[in-house]
Design a protein around this ligand. Structure first.
Ligand code: SIN
Length: 300
């Protein structure tokens, strides 16, 4: 078991936002597959259709997506969270987005009734104009939005950060100054693919966000830097597909590890990774998962 921001998780793995988190039933399915926690698809103040297709493509090194934050709005989604919560003890975290503090507060208050275990603020989607990283690259906006949501809710607030900045530590500090209980790092790296036969960008939005194995070293460095810079927990996400990746992320400083793209391979990934971590701890003589969190900072 691991406790992060006062929430107990039976293991340190979580479903990352955006993957299979669009309905209560799919959140439940992942919870039943052994995830320690599940995060919903990001939910906003109004229904949003998202970007035109193709909105997701598989590359040799991972995935490029430009979904465009499609969602039915908080009004339609609170029942999905209730459904997921009613079928499992696994903590359900609500990922939310908006264009300003008022939007974020409206969505958080609108979903409060469904009692998510925490809110994860998406200030990091790299390809949704007016949302996500548009906000998440501005320290003042990050601090004020975080503070507004923290004031409005009585559950932990996590802030998901973008790696598409010069200094992720400054953005993490802004979240911490706003009262965030944890940061989540990283969202996708801005990327693009072009069809050489036609010359057209492949994604409907022309560019999107890269996820999968290729981004893992970037995520490890961001988690490492944030762990040094902040007093609040860091939750790692980016390119984790094996228990070894998860251990590495935790040694960089992650208290928990979210898994996204790798769910494409198998939904059993959560239990596989959780038992891999457990065996590793036993093998190496560690008494608890906490022994390896931030370990790479302690070795000389
Ligand atoms: C999307 O819906 O566009 C992806 C979400 C994200 O990158 O945060």
């Amino acid at each position: 078991m691991v406790t992060i921001t006062g929430i107990n998780f039976k293991n340190p793995t979580m479903l990352a936002s955006g993957i299979m988190g669009t309905t209560g039933a799919s959140l439940l399915r992942i919870a039943e597959c052994g995830a320690g926690g599940v995060v919903t698809k990001s939910i906003g103040p109004e229904p949003k259709a998202g970007h035109p297709n193709p909105s997701m493509i598989k590359l040799e090194c991972g995935f490029l997506n430009a979904m465009g934050l499609p969602n039915p709005s908080y009004n339609e989604f609170d029942n999905e969270i209730k459904l997921a919560r009613s079928g499992t003890d696994v903590p359900v975290i609500a990922s939310i987005f908006g264009g300003n503090a008022e939007d974020f507060v409206k969505v958080a208050e609108g979903l409060a009734d469904s009692e998510p275990a925490a809110f994860e603020l998406n200030v990091s989607c790299p390809h949704a104009e007016g949302y996500g990283a548009t906000i998440g690259t501005d320290t003042c906006m990050v601090e004020s939005i975080t503070a507004a949501v923290c004031d409005a809710v009585d559950v932990p607030v996590w802030v998901k950060l973008t790696p598409n900045v010069t200094d992720i530590k400054a953005i993490g500090k802004a979240a911490q100054d706003g009262g965030a209980d944890a940061v989540v790092a990283i969202n996708t790296l801005r990327g693009m693919a072009i069809d050489i036969n036609s010359g057209y960008p492949i994604l409907g939005n022309r560019f999107g966000g890269l996820s999968g194995s290729a981004v893992k070293p970037v995520a490890i460095k961001c988690v490492y830097d944030l762990y040094e810079a902040l007093a609040i927990p860091v939750i790692g996400v980016g390119g984790v597909s094996t228990w070894e990746d998860a251990v590495e992320m935790m040694m960089a400083g992650a208290s928990g590890v979210q898994i996204g793209s790798a769910v494409h391979e198998s939904v059993d990934i959560f239990s596989d990774i959780a038992s891999g971590i457990e065996l590793f701890l036993q093998d190496k003589g560690y008494s608890a998962v906490e022994d390896i969190i931030g370990l790479s900072h302690k070795v000389i």
